[in-house]
Design a protein around this ligand. Structure first.
Ligand code: KIV
Length: 275
């Protein structure tokens, strides 16, 4: 069944946990979609886990459109959410609207996600008014890594927790259909989840959110640069890949691969006629 923003709203009302995973290409999107995840996020984590940058700041609109379009071709039932990259919406409401529109028209996303609370509510409202659903993202927002002085948990002290709660209220008021809570203490995420009418989707925000999201390379142990505390390894695909690559190298080197069954035949008398 096709998941939509309405599915997310109904799930909150009916207390049904929603799942979201990232994807950046067609084949992975197909696998994740077939597994039955509710939403696929083409995150700007693309910059780190696919493109090898040390943060998400260098990701461009062209990168996001290219990968969103690939995922859209593979995702049939999951709600497809695309991240708005750094400086594609902070600069003006006009830029936000134009770039959200591009992710929908060229990338075939069904919703966009952008980072920030009160500071980006004007942009959220303008995008929502153009009939583009917006998922907000507050707490540890990776595009603010330089302002935060690193990828750190946010909202531990009273003032910081109050600001995140206020941001959550503001993005709901501005029309967001859901909000990602990243790296905030579990009791704060619980309070926000209880207070909001829109679903919260947690990543490093404890078990009480209305849904959870993870970067698929993290949960499959495919990304080894660093592993955040909130990641659980659900499978060791990285190890399986390395074993497969090594087996391939060995079989090519010792002549086991390709075997007869991997080889195309022809009338070999033709070979004798070649000069
Ligand atoms: O870019 C991303 O993958 C994200 C998730 C971590 C929520 O924003």
């Amino acid at each position: 069944m096709k998941n939509t923003v309405v599915t997310f709203q109904q799930a909150k009302q009916n207390n049904i946990k929603q799942t979201m995973l990232t994807a950046y290409d067609y084949s992975t999107a197909k696998l994740i979609d077939a597994a039955g995840v509710n939403a696929i996020l083409v995150g700007d984590s693309l910059g780190m886990v696919c493109l090898g940058y040390e943060d998400t700041l260098s990701v461009t609109m062209e990168d996001m459109i290219h990968h969103t379009a690939a995922v859209a071709r593979g995702a049939k039932n999951a709600l497809l959410v695309a991240d708005m990259p750094f400086m594609s919406y902070q600069t003006s409401t006009y830029d936000a609207l134009v770039n959200a529109g591009r992710l929908m028209k060229e990338g075939r996303a069904q919703a966009v996600k952008l980072e920030g609370g009160a500071a980006v509510c004007e942009q959220i409202r303008a995008i929502v008014d153009a009939s583009i659903p917006v998922c907000a993202h507050i707490g540890m927002t990776p595009q603010s890594v330089n302002a935060f002085g690193g990828f750190r948990v946010q909202g531990k002290g009273e003032a910081a927790a109050q600001k995140i709660l206020d941001d959550a209220r503001r993005v709901q008021e501005a029309g967001a259909f859901a909000v990602v809570l990243e790296c905030v203490p579990a009791p704060l995420a619980k309070k926000i989840t209880e207070e909001l009418d829109i679903p919260t989707i947690g990543i490093g925000a404890g078990p009480d959110c209305d849904g959870q999201v993870l970067v698929y390379q993290d949960m499959l142990t495919m990304f080894s640069d660093f592993t955040p505390k909130f990641v659980k390894p659900f499978a060791n695909v990285g190890e399986a890949m390395t074993a497969g690559f090594k087996a391939y190298i060995e079989e090519v080197q010792n002549g086991t691969f390709p075997a007869k069954e991997h080889t195309f035949k022809m009338d070999e008398s033709i070979i004798d006629k070649l000069y």
